[in-house]
Design a protein around this ligand. Structure first.
Ligand code: GH3
Ligand code: MG
Ligand code: MG
Ligand code: MG
Length: 315
């Protein structure tokens, strides 16, 4: 069996295009005090479609890392007058622990490679280097970054709905609450629970229940995830939303919109399996309140909404 030309070319082309797109989203900082060396390296990376930025010194590199949080990889020279590559590596590891660093060491001193690794660099090449070796090492570091990102996404999200999970909600919620306080704006929290979900599961099976959960998640993302709001699936058929900037009245108004939208949309599907309503409990997070304590208050408000007949918002 002989492969036709296009059978080979198509997957290759797809692979090449995909790699070019990945590279375009990868910002690399090239640090070298020698302008020509820096330009050659930057050019070589630009040809491979990477988004390249340059710095002529360690100090400049650190300033650029502060100003550009999207820099993912640093390729640094060793000999530089203001700050050598080792010191730069140590500072990057301390100040920007997520950034990967590849050192370029002079082959005349064989200890330089070990020095770079000890200072926290992830990889190195000796100068003069074979272009292909440098390209492969950069590609492998970029791949590791992509895999890390994938794992982080997996750890932060709920598998069924794709929404953030409880863990992500708490990790980021506390930061958002602090930011709102620093800006002197209010912040509120809501818990949402689907009404009579057990009944829906019993009537339509677990698959029907899952479908309903996904429909609710879609609707919530469309209406609750706006602006700086943080939305998560808390587990089961419970969801939480954080509303930075909203006081209690505003949050109640937003939640009532969410409740109404879900009821309307699920009716409009014309599928009895998906027809459902939700109840929400809302609490404003006061200046001295912990996130957990406010969540408990929202939970009690949710219980009260259920008691009063469901398909409503309570505080
Ligand atoms: P209420 O109006 O009082 O909330 O009544 P309810 O029936 O919704 O009561 P409750 O909130 O206690 O029920 C939660 C049910 O959700 C229990 C469980 O069978 C179901 N459930 C939890 N997680 C999942 C899931 O991932 N998929 C499906 N299909 N069902 C789930
Ligand atoms: Mg130099
Ligand atoms: Mg529940
Ligand atoms: Mg329920």
């Amino acid at each position: 069996y002989v492969l036709k030309d296009n059978e080979l070319a198509l997957p290759n082309l797809v692979g090449t295009v995909k790699r070019a797109l990945d590279n375009r989203n990868t910002r690399i900082l090239v640090v070298d005090d020698t302008r020509t060396t820096r330009k050659v390296l930057a050019r070589m990376l630009a040809i491979q479609q990477y988004a390249v930025v340059e710095a002529g010194s360690g100090q400049e590199a650190l300033a650029m890392l502060d100003a550009n949080p999207d820099i993912q990889l640093v390729v640094s020279d060793y000999y530089m007058p203001d700050m050598d590559g080792f010191e730069l590596a140590r500072r990057i590891r301390r100040l920007h622990p997520k950034v990967r660093l590849l050192g370029i060491s002079s082959s005349t001193d064989r200890k330089t490679s070990a020095g770079f690794l000890k200072a926290g660099a992830h990889d190195f090449v000796s100068r003069p280097f074979v272009l292909e070796e440098l390209q492969c090492r950069i590609a492998s570091n970029v791949e590791t970054l992509a895999q890390l990102k994938q794992l982080q996404d997996l750890a932060a999200r709920d598998f069924l709905t794709g929404l953030f999970n409880r863990r992500h909600f708490f990790e980021n919620g506390r930061r958002l609450v602090d930011e709102a306080r620093a800006m002197g704006v209010p912040v509120s929290i809501a818990i949402l629970d689907i009404d009579h979900f057990k009944r829906l599961n019993d009537r339509h099976g677990h698959d029907g229940g899952d479908k309903a959960l996904m429909a609710v998640a879609r609707s919530l993302s469309a209406s609750a995830e706006r602006g700086f709001n943080l939305l998560a699936r808390f587990g089961g058929e419970e969801f939480a939303i954080l509303f930075p900037g909203a006081d209690l009245d505003e949050a109640v108004r937003l939640c009532d919109g969410i409740r109404e939208t879900i009821a309307r949309e699920s009716q409009a599907l014309g599928d009895e399996a998906l027809a459902l309503t939700v109840s929400l409990g809302v609490a404003e997070i006061g200046p001295d309140d912990e996130l957990d304590a406010s969540l408990n208050r929202a939970d009690r408000a949710l219980y009260s909404a259920k008691q009063k007949g469901r398909n409503r918002v309570d505080t």
